[in-house]
Design a protein around this ligand. Structure first.
Ligand code: GDP
Length: 208
């Protein structure tokens, strides 16, 4: 079976919510390789996770308001082959300083201490490009030496010419970041664009 076919079968097959970790000591014991998803709030992270797993809504524990600072763990495969880690969204304009600091600590500790973390995906809205809050996360990943891919979301929302310009700018910026992978993924969860390729990259990173 090709890597692409295995990735599709794995990620659209059994995927189950494991737990929400509001702090490091709630993390599950190290197990299957982890792929972490990061991005500004509203970047399309939930939609992308749904598209990758071929679901309308990936089940998770009730997300109560105010409890957004959590790492949500999902496990794929039977037996489990891979863990998908939904990182808390960042970039809330009105987030209190304390919340931002808590977020930074949680993410930094997670990125630096997690040996089973194989790859991070940093989602970037195609219409907006890379913002300073994204750059901060990219620097955290560089500092923790966690390899990551930039993933453009909502590619269906803009014209091809605009998308090409964004892709060029994002590619140029990725080159300046030591832990950023040169391959930028262009996706639309709505249209299914780039989803099969991203699934394949996820499995390849998990198995590397
Ligand atoms: P999250 O906050 O990062 O989890 O973002 P969501 O997945 O909830 O998406 C935020 C908004 O963007 C929602 O209104 C989605 O319907 C929309 N959205 C997400 N992905 C796409 C996409 O690929 N295309 C379009 N047109 N809209 C999208």
């Amino acid at each position: 079976m090709s890597l692409e076919e295995r990735a599709r079968k794995l990620l659209t097959g059994k995927v189950e919510f494991l737990l929400s970790a509001p702090a490091l000591h709630f993390l599950p014991d190290a197990g299957a390789p982890e792929i972490a998803f990061a991005g500004r709030s509203n970047v399309g992270k939930s939609s992308l996770l749904n598209a990758l797993t071929g679901r309308k809504k990936l089940a998770r524990a009730s997300v109560t308001p105010g409890r957004t600072q959590e790492l949500n763990y999902f496990e794929a495969g039977d037996p489990v082959e891979i863990r998908l880690v939904d990182m808390p969204g960042y970039g809330f304009a009105k987030a209190p300083v304390k919340v931002v600091q808590q977020w930074r600590h949680l993410i930094n500790d997670y990125l630096r201490g997690r040996t089973t973390l194989k790859r991070a995906l940093v989602l970037i809205d195609s219409r907006r490009g890379i913002k300073d809050v994204d750059r901060e996360v990219m620097k955290m990943l560089d500092g923790a030496a966690v390899n990551y891919n930039l993933v453009l979301t909502k590619a269906d929302k803009i014209k091809k010419s605009e998308l090409d310009a964004t892709l060029e700018a994002v590619t140029a910026e990725a080159r300046k970041h030591p832990a950023a992978h040169p391959d930028i993924h262009v996706t639309s969860s709505e249209k299914g664009m780039g989803i099969a390729k991203l699934r394949t990259a996820i499995l390849a990173a998990a198995e590397a």
